[in-house]
Every structure is written in structure tokens, then in C-alpha cells.
Design a protein around this ligand. Structure first.
Ligand code: ADP
Ligand code: MG
Length: 204
């Protein structure tokens, strides 16, 4: 069972949104059904954002995705192939980084976002050394990207930061800022991101 932490240094960068879309699209492409759930989601935010959204039906979880109770990753599960962990921002994420074997980092291409990304990559490198050598940085996912020069420039900076790492860190195709995405409508951008995450992380 793979455990994918969606983690970033700060709030409001699209972690919960990314967790929901990723779980849904991975479940769909694995052929999960209500009778055969293959993807689990864990809501580790104290605000219980994902739980509230799922209960209200706003962030609909696809058939084949189950919201796991509590905060803990199950040791074993008869059907799940992937557990997506929606992680709180900042250093409280350590528990997720301890338990995950995969991590995806959503990042908004803005100046403080870049500083946060650099800091967060340092934290992840430290976590890899001291708490979990199995942890694999799958990719950075640029989120809430707008069609303007500032965002294009910041996106290029994110790619440069990722490209300087050894091995180079994958930067997925950006997720646009769209009201439809805030409303959890079907999103081709997230469908592509989920497919690419599965490919890079070898989730089958
Ligand atoms: N691509 C997007 N376009 C527009 N709004 C978005 C997008 N991604 C997330 N949002 C909205 O931005 C806010 C923060 O996103 P959220 O996923 O809750 O971030 P986090 O979990 O990192 O705090 C939410 O209101 C969400 O609906
Ligand atoms: Mg959140």
C-alpha cells in the first residue's frame, strides 16, 4: 500500500483540493468501485476541512474512495492500494512524512511561495535523513496558476529550483486558478496531474 502525503509549508496552497482530486482520479483510473475501494483519504488537518467538505457533498469523493476515520494510516487494508494524506501545513506535517513513502508538494507560483518551497525542500531532505529514508519526493505541483507574466516568471523559478536538485525533481503541469476547481468540478488538469503522479510513483 502506497501512502502519499500532500504536504506544503503553508495553508491555502491547494493541498486539500489536490488530495481530493488525486484520490478521485487515481481511484477512477485503477477501476475502483464502491464495492471495491482502492483509495483511502485521511484528513489530518485540525480544521477537518476535507471531512466537512466530504460530508456536505461539496468535495464529492468518487466511488471507490473512502474517507478513513481518525488521523492514522491503517497498518494494512484488504483492498486499498493508495492512501492520500491531507497534511496540515508546516512542521506539524512530520507525522505524515514519517508514514508516507511518497510526497507531492503543491506550490503557488508567487514570491513567498518560492521561499516556502525552498524551505520546505530543506525540511523534506532533513526528514528523509532523520525520520524516514523511504520517503520519496514525487513532484512539485504548481497550483492556482494564472495566465500572467508574474506567474510565468515564478513558474520558471520553481522549475529552476527543481531542476538543480539531484536527481531533478519533477514539476507537474500547472493547475490553473479556476472557479470550477474550487467547486470540485471535473478538471482535466488534475486528471493529468494524477496520471503523472501515478506514473512517477509507479502506482498500479
Ligand atoms: N486551482 C484552483 N483554482 C481556484 N481556487 C482554488 C484552486 N485550488 C484551490 N482553490 C481554493 O483555494 C482555497 C484554498 O485551497 P485548499 O485546497 O483548501 O488549500 P490548503 O488545503 O492548502 O489550505 C479553497 O477555497 C479552494 O477551494
Ligand atoms: Mg487544507
Amino acid at each position: 500500500m502506497n501512502v502519499l502525503a500532500i504536504a506544503a509549508q503553508k495553508g491555502g496552497v491547494g493541498k486539500t483540493t489536490t488530495a481530493v482530486y488525486t484520490a478521485n482520479y487515481v481511484a477512477q483510473s485503477l477501476g475502483a468501485t464502491a464495492e471495491l475501494p482502492l483509495v483511502g483519504v485521511i484528513d489530518r488537518e485540525e480544521t477537518r476541512n476535507l471531512t466537512k467538505l466530504a460530508r456536505l457533498g461539496e468535495a464529492g469523493l468518487a466511488p471507490g474512495v473512502i474517507l478513513l476515520p481518525g488521523y492514522d494510516v491503517p497498518r494494512d487494508h484488504p483492498t486499498l492500494r493508495l492512501v492520500v494524506v491531507d497534511t496540515p501545513p508546516g512542521y506539524m506535517a512530520i507525522k505524515s512524512l514519517e508514514e508516507a513513502n511518497l510526497v507531492v508538494i503543491p506550490a503557488i507560483p508567487e514570491s513567498n511561495g518560492i521561499v516556502n518551497l525552498i524551505d520546505y525542500l530543506k525540511l523534506l531532505d532533513d526528514a528523509k535523513v532523520s525520520v524516514n529514508p523511504r520517503l520519496r519526493l514525487v513532484a512539485v505541483l504548481p497550483t492556482m496558476v494564472m495566465n500572467n507574466d508574474l506567474h510565468r516568471q515564478r513558474l520558471a523559478e520553481i522549475k529552476a529550483i527543481a531542476g538543480r536538485r539531484r536527481p531533478p525533481l519533477v514539476v507537474l503541469d500547472p493547475i490553473p486558478r479556476r472557479i470550477d476547481i474550487a467547486r470540485y468540478k471535473p478538471s482535466p488538469a488534475y486528471a493529468t496531474a494524477a496520471t503523472e503522479m501515478m506514473r512517477h510513483a509507479a502506482i498500479r
